[in-house]
Design a protein around this ligand. Structure first.
Ligand SMILES: *Cc1c(COP(=O)(O)O)cnc(C)c1O
Length: 376
């Protein structure tokens, strides 16, 4: 287990602005996904980008305890952070690892995505030098054109390396519509079948991210790779699974004052008080990963009331109009992102206001606000 300190008490934090993670919601989401796919489909939660902002190290034990077959990350750096905390956790790198770093992957017993004969050879050599096997999954480019290959020879050559265990094969959908997705599925299966015809056997075949895992039961094969869904962010259309948003973002009012009609607030005085106005300062800003373009659209929720952001958002602080909540006092909790109940801004609403997607809203949360894990 981890030697790292994982915060579980908001009162013990060194800052009022923090990301709160509901571990019970996370556990419930994992259970719901496993129930949806059934016992014959492995679930590999994706914890890249610091666990979509929740903190990969902090959520790993919950995910593993609730049936994660692997923890998937994008980069070697992300894998090593988890390896340091959890010496025995099964880790999977979805992305490309540069040649020179492949020996580290083998040394740290990380399962690597691979799609070239050359990398197969390097992994084989690194494994031989360490007296063990490298474990890989082959990446097929079925049309997304991001990573992988459709070249069967190239992939077959990886399968022939004596110190490389080819445990699985996978691809990724562009989700460009049912017809396009079906084409990708067929291209993927053509590669799988060509390799099987040559005697290769894969323990795992996988194609589905969160949306595909819900909307396309026929593409689950025997492993799914949900990211957003694990965190309770819903993107599916056809299917349904009950998941709960596991992340919220909170702070407390640091100062309250009343300003007079006509006075400006913040840089360039882009906001001026239309009448005498009670305003509050809240200590979060774009350097915490909150979108700066939330100006004129964003709000925080104090005592169940939406309080609009006023003026431009600063790096570390912003100001809000407290007109709607006359009983607010300094130290009151302000919910920046909530689950959408009680007048809070859900991640879904935040992404619509900021003109992005849900994954970007959470992935851009920076390390500066501490993470706190509740209901564990
Ligand atoms: C990020 C990623 C996922 C998870 O995506 P979600 O949309 O968050 O479910 C799955 N597979 C691959 C290859 C990815 O890069």
């Amino acid at each position: 287990m981890s030697h790292m300190q994982i915060n579980t008490d908001p009162a013990a934090l060194l800052r009022d602005t923090y990301v709160q993670v509901d571990l019970a919601a996370l556990a419930g989401n994992m259970d719901a996904i496993r129930a949806m796919v059934g016992p014959d489909v492995a679930v590999m939660p994706v914890v890249k980008a610091n666990g979509y902002g929740l903190g990969a190290v902090g959520i790993a034990p919950t995910l593993l305890a609730h049936g994660a077959c692997y923890l998937a990350v994008a980069t070697l750096t992300e894998a090593l952070e988890l390896r340091e905390a959890y010496p025995d956790a099964p880790l999977f790198i979805l992305g490309h690892t540069p040649d020179r770093l492949l020996p580290i992957v083998v040394r740290e017993r990380i399962t690597q995505t691979v799609f070239t004969a050359a990398q197969g050879k390097l992994l084989n050599e690194a494994a031989a030098a360490l007296g063990r096997k490298a474990t890989v999954h082959l990446k097929v480019d079925s049309g997304f054109h991001r990573l992988g290959t459709e070249n069967v020879e190239e992939l077959f050559s990886v399968c022939q390396e004596p110190n490389v265990e080819v445990e699985g094969i996978f691809s990724h959908l562009a989700l460009a519509g049912e017809a396009e997705d079906a084409k990708q599925y067929n291209r993927f299966m053509a590669v799988v079948e060509a390799l099987e015809a040559r005697g290769v056997r894969f323990r795992y075949q996988h194609l589905a991210d969160s949306i595909a895992a819900v909307d396309y039961p026929e593409y689950r094969m025997n492993m799914v790779r949900p990211g957003a869904l694990v965190y309770g962010l819903r993107g599916f259309h056809k299917g349904y699974v009950e998941v709960k948003q596991a992340i919220s973002f909170r702070t407390r009012i640091s100062q309250i004052r009343t300003i007079q009609k006509g006075e400006g607030v913040g840089y360039n005085y882009v906001w001026r008080a239309p009448e005498d106005t009670r305003i509050g300062t809240v200590p979060f800003g774009y350097a915490d990963g909150y979108p700066r373009n939330m100006r004129d659209k964003g709000y925080v929720t104090i005592r169940g009331v939406k309080c609009p952001l006023i003026g431009v958002l600063c790096m570390d602080q912003c100001m809000v109009d407290l007109t709607g909540v006359p009983d607010a006092v300094e130290g009151d909790i302000a919910i920046i992102y909530g689950d959408g109940t009680n007048n809070t801004m859900s991640i879904q609403e935040a992404c619509e206001l900021a003109g992005t997607n849900k994954n970007e809203i959470v992935a851009r949360l920076l390390p500066r606000p501490p993470r706190v894990y509740v209901n564990g």
